[in-house]
Design a protein around this ligand. Structure first.
Ligand code: COS
Length: 379
C-alpha cells in the first residue's frame, strides 16, 4: 500500500492552501455572520479547476480522480466548511449525477459550464416531509406529450437559489416503487420553478441552502437523466460517491480545529507553563490526531474504491460516518482546549464545531450510515 500523495495531490494541496489563505480565510467570519454565499469565489474556483475535479478533460473538467477530489476538500474544510460544502455539492451531486448517468448530449451541454463555474449546480432529493426516507417523496411528474409536468417541493437544497442547473428526483410511478422515481435536469428560469432561501442555519452558513418549489413546471423529456424510473438507484449511487466528499470535508474541518487547538495550547500559559505541557491537554490532542488520521485513511479507502469502479456503499458509509463524528469531536475538544476564548467568535473553534455538526446530518445522517453499513454486512 502506498501512503504517499501523488504529484497531483501535492499540487492541489499547495494550490488550494494558497487560495484558501488568500481568498477565503480573511472573509470566512464575515460570510458566516451574514450568511453570504460567495458566488464570486465559486467562479474563481472554477478557474482553478475545482468545480469539475473528476470530470474528464473532454468535457472541460480537470480529469482527476477521487484522491485529488478528496484532497481538495480536505484543504478547503480546514479553512471553511461552508465553502467546502458548496464545492462538494456542486461536484459530486449535480455534476456527478450528470457525468455518471447523463447521455452524451446532456454531458456536452452541461458539464463544461459546470466545470468552469459558469453554471452553479444544485441537486434535489430531500423534501419537507421526506429526509432519511427518501423513497417516500411526494413531488410528482405527469406526462403530457413530450413534456413532464412537475409539482411539489424539495427542501435543504444547496444552491437552490443560485443554481443555474438543478438535478431533481421526482416521482413518476407509484409511491414506494423503487422504479417509480426519475431524475430531471431543470434550468434556472423555467416557468413555475422557484426557490426560497433557508435562513438562520447553525453552521456552513457560507453555503446557500434553499427550498425548491415546482408549480406546474414543464420539462421536456430530453431533460430526463437515464431511463424513466431509474432515478432512485441513480441517486443512491450518487450518494455513495457524495459521502466520500462529506468524509473528506469532515477530515478537513477536524484538522483545522485540531491545528488551531494545538497552536493555542503551545501559546496559552497557565500555572506558569504552556497548557500543552499538561497531560489533560496532550491526551486530547493525541486522540484528535489519531482519529483524524484514521478518518483520512477510511476516506482514501473509499476514494480508491470509487477510482477503481468497485462497489463502495459500505466503505463510503464507513468514511462518512466516522469522519463526520470525528469532526464534531475535534470541534468540541478544540473549544474545550481554548476555554472561554474558544467560546467566542474571536477564535475559530466555535465555527469548526458549528460547521462539523452539518457533516453528521447532510447526505445521510450518522444513523442512516449505520443502517446502510448494517444492511451491507448482514446481507
Ligand atoms: N446503489 C444502487 N442501488 C441501491 C443502493 C445503492 N447504494 N441503495 C439502494 N439501492 C437500490 C436497492 O437495491 C433497491 O432496489 P430494488 O428495489 O430493485 O431491490 C432500491 O434501491 C431501494 O432500496 P432500499 O429497499 O434499500 O430502500 P429503502 O427505502 O429501504 O432505504 C435508504 C434506502 C434508507 C438507504 C435511502 O433512502 C437513503 O439513503 N436515505 C438517506 C437519504 C439521504 O442520504 N438523504 C440526504 C440527501 S442530502 S444531499
Amino acid at each position: 500500500m502506498n501512503f504517499d500523495m501523488n504529484e497531483n495531490q501535492l499540487m492541489i494541496t499547495q494550490m488550494v492552501r494558497d487560495f484558501a489563505e488568500k481568498e477565503i480565510k480573511p472573509n470566512r467570519n464575515k460570510w458566516d455572520a451574514e450568511e453570504y454565499f460567495p458566488v464570486e469565489i465559486m467562479k474563481k474556483m472554477g478557474d482553478l479547476g475545482l468545480l469539475g475535479i473528476f470530470v474528464p478533460e473532454e468535457y472541460g473538467g480537470s480529469g482527476f480522480g477521487y484522491f485529488e477530489y478528496a484532497t481538495a476538500l480536505m484543504e478547503l474544510g480546514k479553512v471553511c466548511g461552508g465553502v467546502g460544502l458548496s464545492v462538494a455539492a456542486h461536484n459530486s451531486l449535480c455534476t456527478g449525477h450528470i457525468y455518471y448517468h447523463g447521455n452524451e448530449e446532456q454531458k456536452r451541454k452541461y458539464l463544461p459550464k459546470l466545470a468552469s463555474g459558469e453554471f452553479i449546480g444544485a441537486w434535489g432529493l430531500t423534501e419537507p416531509n421526506t429526509g432519511s426516507d427518501a423513497m417516500r417523496m411526494k413531488t410528482v411528474a405527469q406526462k403530457d406529450g413530450e413534456y413532464w409536468v412537475i409539482n411539489g417541493a424539495k427542501n435543504w437544497i444547496t444552491h437552490g437559489l443560485s443554481g443555474d442547473v438543478s438535478v431533481v428526483l421526482v416521482r413518476t410511478g407509484d409511491l414506494l416503487d423503487s422504479n417509480g422515481i426519475t431524475a430531471f435536469i431543470i434550468e434556472k428560469g423555467t416557468p413555475g420553478f422557484s426557490a426560497v432561501k433557508i435562513k438562520d442555519k447553525f453552521g456552513v452558513r457560507a453555503s446557500e441552502t434553499a427550498e425548491l418549489i415546482f408549480d406546474n413546471v414543464r420539462v421536456h423529456e430530453s431533460q430526463v437523466i437515464g431511463a424513466v424510473g431509474n432515478g432512485f438507484k441513480q441517486a443512491m449511487q450518487v450518494l455513495d460517491g457524495g459521502r466520500i466528499s462529506i468524509a473528506a470535508l469532515s477530515c478537513g474541518v477536524a484538522r483545522g480545529a485540531y491545528e488551531a487547538a494545538l497552536q493555542y495550547s503551545k501559546e496559552r500559559e497557565q500555572f506558569g507553563q504552556p497548557i500543552s505541557n499538561f497531560q489533560a491537554i496532550g491526551f486530547k490532542l493525541a486522540d484528535m490526531a489519531t482519529e483524524i488520521d484514521a478518518a483520512e485513511l477510511l476516506t482514501f479507502q473509499a476514494a480508491y474504491l470509487k477510482n477503481s469502479k468497485k462497489g463502495l456503499t459500505k466503505q463510503g458509509a464507513f468514511a462518512k460516518l466516522y469522519a463526520s463524528e470525528v469532526a464534531v469531536k475535534c470541534g468540541n475538544e478544540a473549544m474545550q482546549v481554548m476555554g472561554g476564548y474558544g467560546y467566542t467568535k474571536e477564535y475559530p473553534a466555535e465555527k469548526y464545531l458549528r460547521d462539523a455538526r452539518l457533516m453528521t446530518v447532510g447526505e445521510g445522517t450518522s444513523e442512516i450510515q449505520k443502517l446502510v453499513i448494517s444492511r451491507e454486512i448482514l446481507k
